[in-house]
Design a protein around this ligand. Structure first.
Ligand SMILES: Cc1cc2nc3c(=O)[nH]c(=O)nc-3n(C[C@H](O)[C@H](O)[C@H](O)COP(=O)(O)O)c2cc1C
Length: 275
């Protein structure tokens, strides 16, 4: 599958083959893809915990459910819990991460980078300002009581996990498995450092619904959301580009495909779910 196909075939999958495990190497590939995401502030914020449904007790499994995550949890054999480590920036406050990037030529001298620039400018003017931001948010950390963290630190950490989510989702489809990002009530089964801020989890499993899953899901019109030159001037959507992207498999027929209702009825009967 090439990149455009992976984008095109990604859906939030809500029916998985509960009986079919996901090969460990596919889960590893998903994790590997998230190691390579761009890092806000040059810091590795993202953490994850892979949990196998069949290792959980019935009570723990039930406790994970939320109003928006129900039967799909019984079906998916693998859950990946994602976190951002809110202590990652204070651990990086010696600038070592940035100096390593300078050493390998990723942050080049042509752009002003050097060890002295890291120590004299970036750490005090960027890292320290973020860490000492007087505006704080009370974060429900995974391990216990809420803790106050700087608002700008939390924003950077959230961005990091969001980008990791995107890589992980696309990599899963590229590996031939379905996924859905989802809210999970995970505190009961979590035993992770208290600085790990929980983010949306990910269900992974082989599709029980078709790959089309009823078609690509509705989005706002392109020109309502994207602008060119200045706000108010819609970015003109060239139909020739759309045609090319359709040929490449990135833009696919929109939901609902005419047979979706029947597919859902069939799935409901197969899994004994309400119709
Ligand atoms: C951070 C995040 C959290 C989400 N949480 C849930 C969830 O708890 N339950 C759910 O059914 N879908 C969840 N979704 C999936 C969205 O509902 C879905 O992306 C949207 O309906 C568009 O469909 P698509 O992903 O198939 O394009 C989440 C998506 C994101 C990005």
């Amino acid at each position: 599958m090439d990149f455009k196909e992976a984008v095109g075939w990604r859906r939030s999958i809500r029916y998985f083959q509960p009986w079919r495990p996901v090969e460990r190497e596919k889960i590893q590939a998903i994790l590997e893809s998230t190691r390579l995401v761009p890092k806000p502030l040059g810091v590795d914020f993202v953490r994850s915990l892979v949990v196998y449904r069949d290792d959980l007790s019935a009570e723990d499994l039930e406790a994970l459910k939320t109003p928006t995550t129900t039967s799909q949890l019984d079906m998916a054999p693998v859950y990946i819990f994602w976190f951002a480590d809110l202590d990652a920036l204070s651990r990086a406050a010696d600038g070592a991460n940035l100096k390593a990037l300078t050493d390998v030529g990723a942050l080049p001298a042509t752009h002003g980078w050097s060890d002295e620039y890291v120590d004299g400018v970036v750490v005090p003017q960027v890292y320290r300002r973020i860490l000492e931001d007087p505006e704080v948010v009370s974060m429900p950390t995974a391990g216990g009581e809420p803790v106050n963290y700087s608002r700008s630190l939390v924003a950077a950490a959230r961005t990091a996990v969001g980008i990791a989510h995107a890589h992980a989702l696309l990599c899963a489809f590229d590996e031939g498995v379905g996924t859905q990002l989802t809210a999970l009530n995970a505190s009961r089964i979590m035993d992770v450092p208290s600085s790990w801020m929980p983010a949306s989890g990910m269900l992974v499993g082989y599709h029980a619904e078709s790959w089309e899953a009823g078609g690509q899901r509705p989005r706002e019109p392109f020109e309502d959301d994207f602008f060119e030159g200045r706000y108010g001037v819609p970015f003109h959507r060239d139909q020739a580009v759309v045609d090319e992207l359709e040929k490449a498999g990135m833009i696919q027929p929109e939901a609902p495909l005419p047979w979706r209702r029947k597919e859902i009825r069939g799935l409901a009967r197969m899994f004994g779910l309400p119709e």
